[in-house]
Design a protein. Structure first.
Length: 638
């Protein structure tokens, strides 16, 4: 029997404790009296520890604090704003207004290992960019100050000037914790693309090498963003970079892009094709280490057809008389091997592999039918220019409301090569919302159901801008309108395409006692009577509890009708939340009835503790829920 309830955890994921648990799981022997014995850990790791006084490292003033900042939990929340949203009840897309550092912390429980692709276009630190100046003590208060772009003394926080003595340091301190947190959200086969220019490209590469690992650096793209060049200084600049990393290269798989310019030379009953030698031209593979791939084919020299191809066999007889092995490499005379084993070759004889003759020899070739190509490291074309990005936004918004938005095709190509049809895509420097539009366009193109999460600081717009004069007040105001219009433009009649989005706004917790680490003694009695902020509605509480319990913000929320009490069924009954000021045991009958009818298991119940009439009523509720299969540890309070 239990008469006291455990509280819902008020904080976001504690990453320090999570990492400690991972270490304990790998090396249980290092645990001594519930603490990690680092001397034992050093002994286990042996020679892999570098304790030399001089070693290669990348550091800057504030790096230690930036690392700690990524580990610090937050008590903040995300408040739903249905008025700003579109198709709230149907959509699975998320748009969040808030400081991305706090938001990334809040997403750790709900979206860890779930994001397949991240694209970000962070401030380039050109001396004209707004750079987040994180407060290491209270990030939420810091965010609320920065929303207005003034500090506590009223000083404007608009740009990171090149004359600032911490010019690169401030930028690095901004990027490091955000990338660290972002990595946790990526699936094991996830990928991240980061746009940047010369100002911080070298520093960003070093930071990413440290966070993601040098082995997971796939490559960098050079984007011909300004074909006509920006002619100032000593070089007419025409390009920007995009750095491309995986979370774990061992699981990374990318897709190919359509090659609309490809020309085929041959055609058979199955379609058009080109030919490619069947041997593997990599000298690392030879008949010594791949003996199963070294065997002969036999060619019938009298079977040549109109295209110059011959029938082949794996058996020699009176017709198939010419023996063909893989050739030697030209450079080092290494014996190549085939790309296919015997079994696969047998299945495809004279269909997908055939004989072919050059001037000097016979060869085995494969019919290559795909009209696709690997994404190229140099990305050029009108559809990838900054001018195209600007034109796309101006046309949609009927005015120049946003400076230098990325072109849609650039991000859509990344989505096409890096995601599956149901992947989650995250952009936590989302600006004008180009990534959201690119996701919708790709879904429309291949009938996918990808979901996006956009995060953007609600920077206030300058009163002199065209956007401000057009009634927009913040960057999210522009982005939300753009995404709304883009969805309507993209969707074709009768197409099942998610063009909606749920808007959430970063704010302090709805639970008063969660907003500070310690509550003054004279406030305790008031909190026992009502610990909910006066401006917090039921749905504000519901989504905060979902976040703190680690549930996706896109999961269905159903309000059940009970007079005087609000009961919410979340995620088809995996969580129930009971709110109100006069909660009785009879109100909970609707939950126990559902548990029986729908055979629900592992149900979690969250009760507003201050709203339960008395201790006797609380005890009845707890025991009734437990009698219907709800474990005591799964009955929580706020």
């Amino acid at each position: 029997m239990v008469d006291q309830l455990n509280e819902v955890n008020s904080r976001s994921e504690n990453l320090t404790l999570k990492n400690i648990e991972k270490i304990k799981e790998l090396f249980p022997e290092i645990l001594t009296e519930k603490k990690i014995d680092f001397d034992k850990l050093r002994l286990i790791l042996g020679d892999e520890i570098d304790d030399s006084p001089e070693k290669y490292s990348f550091t800057w003033n504030g790096k230690k604090k930036a690392m700690q900042l990524a580990q610090q939990p937050t008590t903040a929340t995300l408040k739903p704003n249905k008025e700003k949203s579109k198709n709230w009840d149907e959509t699975q897309n998320i748009y969040i207004e808030g400081d991305n550092l706090e938001v990334l912390k809040l997403l750790q429980k709900s979206y860890a290992d779930k994001v397949k692709m991240i694209y970000i276009d962070p401030p380039y630190n050109t001396g004209k960019d707004f750079v987040y100046k994180d407060n290491f003590k209270d990030s939420v208060e810091n965010y609320l100050e920065q929303t207005g772009q003034v500090d506590s003394d009223g000083n404007r926080l608009a740009v990171n000037s090149e004359t600032n003595g911490r010019y690169h340091t401030d930028w690095l301190n901004m990027m490091y914790p955000r990338l660290k947190l972002a990595k946790n959200l990526m699936t094991k086969d996830g990928m991240i693309f980061i746009s940047i220019d010369d100002s911080e490209q070298a520093n960003l590469k070093k930071v990413c090498d440290e966070i993601f690992g040098e082995i997971n650096f796939i490559g960098s793209f050079i984007v011909n963003s300004t074909p006509n060049a920006r002619d100032y200084g000593h070089i007419g600049k025409m390009h920007e970079f995009v750095l491309f990393y995986s979370k774990d290269i061992n699981f990374t798989k990318t897709k190919m892009l359509p090659d609309n310019e490809k020309v085929f030379s041959y055609e058979d009953s199955r379609g058009k094709y080109n030919i490619h030698p069947l041997y593997n031209s990599n000298e690392a593979f030879d008949k010594r280490n791949r003996p199963n791939l070294y065997y002969p084919f036999y060619l019938n020299p009298r079977s040549r057809n109109k295209d110059g191809f011959y029938d082949i066999s794996l058996e020699k007889d009176e017709n198939f008389t010419i023996e063909i092995y893989p050739p030697l490499s030209q450079k080092n005379k290494v014996q190549f091997v085939w790309r296919w084993g015997k079994e696969k070759s047998l299945k495809n004889l004279n269909n997908e592999i055939i004989g072919y003759s050059t001037k000097n020899e016979y060869r085995i070739v494969q019919k290559m039918r795909h009209s696709e190509k690997l994404i190229r490291s140099i990305i050029s074309g009108k559809e990838f220019t900054s001018r195209r990005g600007t034109a796309e936004t101006e046309e949609l918004m009927q005015g120049k409301l946003f400076s230098f938005p990325k072109p849609i095709k650039l991000i859509q190509n990344f989505i096409e090569i890096a995601t599956e049809s149901d992947s989650v895509i995250l952009d936590f420097f989302s600006g004008s919302g180009t990534t959201a539009e690119a996701v919708m366009k790709q879904n429309s193109s291949d009938k996918g159901n990808r979901k996006y999460i956009m995060v953007q600081l609600p920077e206030k717009l300058d009163k002199e801008t065209e956007a401000y004069k057009d009634s927009f007040r913040t960057i999210p105001d522009i982005a939300e309108k753009r995404i709304d219009r883009a969805g309507d433009d993209i969707r074709i009649p009768n197409q099942d395409l998610d063009i909606g989005f749920k808007v959430f706004e970063l704010d302090k917790s709805n639970i008063k006692k969660w907003n500070s680490d310690s509550v003054k003694l004279n406030e305790n009695l008031a909190l026992q009577l009502n610990n909910i902020k006066s401006d917090s509605g039921d749905f504000d509480l519901v989504y905060e509890i979902m976040l703190k319990q680690g549930l996706d913000l896109s999961l269905p929320v159903e309000k059940l009708g009970v007079e005087g009490t609000s009961i919410f069924k979340i995620a088809f009954g995996s969580l129930f939340i009971v709110l109100g000021q006069d909660i009785r045991s009879s109100d909970v009958n609707i939950i126990t009835g559902m548990i029986e009818r729908e055979c629900l298991e592992d149900v979690v119940i969250v009760l507003q503790d201050t709203g339960i009439k008395n201790d006797s009523e609380k005890l009845n509720i707890i025991e009734d829920l437990n009698a219907h299969g709800v474990q005591y540890d799964n009955i929580l309070s706020i």
